[in-house]
Design a protein around this ligand. Structure first.
Ligand code: FVH
Length: 294
């Protein structure tokens, strides 16, 4: 039986930037922490902090009932764990590697077939945020009891958010949140490129941009969610027909200012399609429906 005490042993496989931050937080919280990394030299700072280094993945896996994995891709996770299936049987694997819902479900099926409890996770933090307020990790998996058992240990990493028994859900929430972030980051990149095209420093413009994005986020996110869930897309604020007519100004200005237009061009296509399909009076919430393949 795994111990659920605040100092239960834990193993961390993968000591890149994130894996090292995770292991460090566990050591800091007093957990006997066994670490393993493909490139052994990366264990150094953690061993200095108190971690036990394992020479092999097998030795690392057998040191703890809870095994946290954080590698580059789920392909590498599968490659690493497959030969250790027997040693992992009866233990809990928490996979914090970024991946898709389908990959998580596939790993969960593989684990179940070998008697391994599998919990998938999505880290909503950068390494520097681990074990600080504001960071959280999404978890999902068929065995909620295993999650509850290990929750006190996982809480040393970041706030824990259980999102359901479908193993793919943590990845779904993770990628959905990151989708919003990437859209915003790319918009910011284009905005900085535009303002700097006239020699205006990005730092001078940044406070305006921050306030604008925050205000628009408060307007677009909750309102859009309500419109989508109630299927009521008509708006008296900023409809798609108006946006479609205004949108060529963006690509035209980018071109005039010597910038590339290809990031925003697909958005014009989407607005054109929305209006051509009769949704000109609707707000941005309609776009989520137009992004579906069907
Ligand atoms: N860093 C971040 O800001 C983000 C925050 C949100 C979550 N992501 C995801 O976390 C996973 C790991 O990211 P990372 O930042 O730790 O990445 P690296 O520093 O590049 O370390 C990668 C580790 O993976 C090991 N590795 C790769 N392939 C294999 C393999 N075939 N077998 C065994 N280990 C492998 C690698 O080992 P080595 O190169 O040092 O020998 C590193 O330990 C990732 O999914 C992010 O999307 C991070």
């Amino acid at each position: 039986m795994p111990s659920n005490g605040s100092t239960s042993p834990v193993t961390v496989l993968g000591l890149g930037l994130m894996g090292s931050a995770l292991a460090s937080a566990l050591i800091e919280a007093g957990h006997p922490t066994t670490v393993w990394n493909r490139t052994a030299s990366k264990t150094g700072p953690l061993v200095a902090q108190g971690a036990a280094p394992a020479d092999t993945a097998r030795a690392a896996v057998t040191a703890s009932d809870l095994v946290i994995v954080c590698l580059t891709t789920n392909d590498s996770v599968r490659t690493l764990l497959e030969p250790e299936a027997e040693a992992l049987a009866g233990r809990t694997v928490v996979n914090l590697t970024n991946g898709t819902p389908a990959q998580a479900r596939e790993l969960a099926s593989w684990a179940a077939a070998h008697g391994i409890t599998y919990i998938d996770g999505g880290i909503m933090a950068v390494p520097q945020m681990i074990a600080t307020p504001g960071a959280y990790i999404l978890y999902s998996g068929t065995d909620e009891t295993a999650f509850t058992t290990h929750r006190p240990t996982l809480a040393a990493l970041a706030d824990t958010k259980w999102v359901g028994k479908d193993p793919g859900l943590a990845a779904l929430y993770d990628l959905s949140l990151l989708t919003g972030m990437y859209g915003m980051a790319m918009g910011v990149a284009q905005a900085f490129a535009l303002i700097r095209s006239e020699g205006i420093p990005a730092q001078e413009f940044a406070p305006l941009l921050t306030d604008w994005i925050v205000a628009m986020t408060h307007g677009i996110v909750p309102g859009g969610a309500e419109a989508l869930d109630t299927d009521q897309h008509l708006t008296d604020v900023s409809n798609l027909a108006m946006n479609r007519e205004a949108f060529p100004n963006f690509t035209a200005a980018f071109a005039e200012q010597g910038l590339r237009t290809d990031l925003f061009e697909p958005l014009q296509d989407l607005l054109d399609r929305a209006v051509e399909q009769g949704h000109g009076a609707d707000g941005f919430s309609r776009m989520s429906l137009l992004l579906r393949k069907d």
